[in-house]
Design a protein around this ligand. Sequence first.
Ligand SMILES: *Cc1c(COP(=O)(O)O)cnc(C)c1O
Length: 337
Amino acid sequence: MMAIDLRSDTVTKPSDGMRNAMVKADVGDDVYGEDPTINQLEEAAADLLQMESALFCASGTQSNLLALLCHCKRGEEYIVGQQAHTYQYEGGGAAALGSIHPQPLNFEHDGTLDLDKVLNLIKPDDFHFPQTRLLCLENTRGGRVLPISYLDSARKFVDTNNLNMHLDGARIFNAAVDLNIHASKISHYFDSVSFCLSKGLGAPVGSILCGTTDVIKKARRWRKTLGGGMRQAGLLAAAGLYALENNIERLSEDHANAKLLADGLNEIKQLNIRSDDVNTNIIFLELDNVNQEELRTYLKSKGILIQGRNKIRLVTHLDISKKDIAITLKAFKNFFN
Ligand SMILES: *Cc1c(COP(=O)(O)O)cnc(C)c1O
């Protein structure tokens, strides 16, 4: 029996169509710039986000790190969410490898960073302080989509304050599909954007960093420094191309499945999911008076995998069908009865 794996959208496996595209990929040495499939993917990604240039990276951790290294030098500062992936879940790479000083602050409940609070954290031009160079946002943030009006204000804010702005857009296409807009309507506010091919888009490996020609040229140099110069990686890029061509629009199915799951779970009287805790393909579930270990073990015995500590996170993706949602709801209901 195939598990119904709701732990993350990173667990997706390449489809037959994607595997076929990988097998047939035309390849070359990408360190020489000679892998046609990687070149094609980078052009397609830059075109999609309407940015000048793009770079194929091993992971989102790497593409975010490259962006930070391009925008900030040793001893300079970036402002970032306290709970941001870039700050908390990327091994402290900016500090460990770039000597970049982080200035974290709490995300607001809607996933934004309050620009008045950010303003107070920008350091004056005084040699006591690190120089603030960059504001880093996340979209989607915990599955939550940032309003376009906020992105517009943030762009004006960074322009006024002489900062660059990077987007950790690991799930930028979930945001775009939710808003029913082209992803370039999000990316165009930023100096650089990183997104993942290996989550809801279903590729086995890879992320893309998009930005100006100048940023991407620097990022290519840093990627080599970090040991990320890959050779015939067109085999991987072919999966990425397939994902961009076939798996963006279908993200709406994942969002519909998440909504279906949330509505069903809300029928269980012990559970109360706030509607603003259901966003795109991620649901957060607070379980106060429930033995979570028992729940996890019970669901596992039914072939359903979940993860989380105080808050359970349920993530829908292209290997979760509507039928899987029905099976999951039945198992939850049995457990709570
Ligand atoms: C998954 C993710 C990343 C990148 O993670 P990798 O596992 O390194 O690809 C970055 N930001 C966010 C918000 C993510 O969810």
